[in-house]
Design a protein around this ligand. Sequence first.
Ligand SMILES: [Zn+2]
Ligand SMILES: [Zn+2]
Length: 334
Amino acid sequence: MGIWKSLKWKKNTLFFLHRELEEITTTRPIAYKGKSPHKKKKPERQQSESVVYLDFSRIFRPLGIVNPGLRRVWFVKDICGIVCAVFTWLLILYAEWVILFVIVLHESSGFSDYLHGSVFYLCSFLAFASHIRAMLTDPGAVPKGNATTEGIRSLGLKKGEVVFKCSKCSSIKPDRAHHCSVCQRCIRKMDHHCPWVNNCVGENNQKYFVLFTLYICIISIHALYLAISHFIMCVSRDWKSCSGMSPPLTTIFLIFLIFEGMLFGIFTGIMFGTQMSAVCTDETGIEQLKKESRERRSRWLSMKAVFGHPFSIHWFSPFSTPKFLATDKIYYSV
Ligand SMILES: [Zn+2]
Ligand SMILES: [Zn+2]
């Protein structure tokens, strides 16, 4: 009965059937010390609520888009992260609106205005796509509760090899994995949990996060340049035929855009530099903080381990999923 009840609760999908059975078979007996045994259900339900898997295939199938990846889309149910992610989209939309209606479309618009507008819109679309992929990609979560006798036996360890078990999510902790208290899961090659993308940055989504910081940095600098040059142009023309709005309104919108461009240009520029340094040195943010010493790959191999193999234009595309080398697999021995 317990299985059927929980299956109903989790929308009755095949994935959840597998996950629920896995959790039930791997749950260790609990000593109740005379208290009601019904209490054992509570912690399991609380833990499973931090991350949900959404099924977008039902929405996209009528449009002719059949992508198996859309059947299982990772989403972190963290209210702070969701607010930050929506705020990020609103900031991008504000910049797009000002660029279009204040800077590009006015009485004396020329070819260079349209060109600048198109480049800005292309980069902001790539930033938005990178953000969505960084947010909805499983960062490399280790299956929950797999640290059972059968699970450890299936690794085929040799004599003397040891495995770590996470005491918080009862999973076998691979080398370089860390437990995230927001996702409530162990994440392979975890760098940090970023509220701006409402997800952990880990083995599977670091490429999208790096691209997100890169494209946001590019559009911030571009917006800064366009806003300042447009303001100078308006002043030199004595505010005649340079904007479809009144001079005070134009000034307010441009000042906000300059402020936004400066703030996020500096922030994402530093973030991009930190991320690229971490990628090149093959060391995650957590490893840098803990000063963990380990064998490191060469700069080029570690770039390929994040952006995919081999080098191509796809490194810059948030739509292409990176292909990893066989040597990038995670091992368990310590
Ligand atoms: Zn864990
Ligand atoms: Zn996390």
